[in-house]
Design a protein around this ligand. Sequence first.
Ligand SMILES: NC(=O)c1ccc[n+]([C@@H]2O[C@H](COP(=O)([O-])OP(=O)(O)OC[C@H]3O[C@@H](n4cnc5c(N)ncnc54)[C@H](OP(=O)(O)O)[C@@H]3O)[C@@H](O)[C@H]2O)c1
Length: 316
Amino acid sequence: MLRLLAERELPVARIAPLASSRAADRTVPYAGAELAVRAVSQAALAEADLVLASAGGAVSREWLPFAAEQGAVCVDNTSAFRMDDDVPLVVPEVNADRLDGIELGGGPGAIVANPNCSTIQLVVALEPLRRAFGLERVVVSTYQSVSGAGRAALERFRAATAAGDDAPALPGVPAFDVLPAIGEPERDGHTTEEWKMIRETPKILGADVPVDATCVRVPVVTGHAEAVLVETREPVTVADAERVLRAAPGVRLHADAGPTPRALAGSREVHVGRLRPARTGRHGLHLWVVADNLLKGAAWNAVQIVEALVARSVPA
Ligand SMILES: NC(=O)c1ccc[n+]([C@@H]2O[C@H](COP(=O)([O-])OP(=O)(O)OC[C@H]3O[C@@H](n4cnc5c(N)ncnc54)[C@H](OP(=O)(O)O)[C@@H]3O)[C@@H](O)[C@H]2O)c1
């Protein structure tokens, strides 16, 4: 997020990296300088116009309501507030209008939620199809990379792959393997990660679309892929869907072989390929959807939200 903020040359007067007291003697690079990391505190948050949070749900729940009360607009990467009725859940290509009325600097504070990584890339591909053909239902199977589980999980994965495929398998580590569930069991045999996709997708689309999901962890470092079955209300052909997706914001259509996560790590777009007609149901399509979970699925979507807030707050 710091790298993207520096690169976008936003009107930042001062930037303060905050962390737990464990990290408080470190520095982090920003725009060619080194910034000292401070322990998060009410005093630091009370000074902020904008807070970007990505230290887990418990940390956000502890600090963001206070920061918002003090007038800061908080863009939260965690799942803590995503389904709260008064919290906009925003993917700028889809529903930037949910930011209308939220102002940086001087206005009342607010919390804006950044959605789940797999959900962000799904809705960027679904929204243009929803507008053109209507959505009857969506069934998605994910192939999620290890960086989506955080830095500690990635370190365990790297150690396990370096140990070779004859080393004993470690629980929760998809080295030379595929793990058929992500998150904790929640309801109906679906996991917390699957319920995030089921609940967040209709909220972002602003439409009552039934979604079903199977979330799977695969041995990829960065980049989530999704196989998506989209049933539409209106008849749809592959050519019509291609035309709609080619014109859609944030989407890159791949005409031939499907895009792969490894090749596209570092990209900010949502890549769609392997369009095929569905062979069951009335009208529908299969899509293959790939994005960088750390960029479009997290940091870039958050910075896009910041840009949309700045555009609403700073006179041209
Ligand atoms: N990875 C993704 O693709 C992704 C995508 C979308 C959303 N998210 C969400 O973003 C959040 C962070 O995920 P991540 O993958 O970045 O996890 P991570 O790699 O484990 O990083 C978590 C960060 O939070 C810091 N932290 C922990 N406790 C803290 C505290 N009490 N006060 C301040 N900072 C603290 C950690 O610092 P230390 O290292 O010093 O403990 C670490 O820098 C999660 O809620 C996750 O669900 C992640």
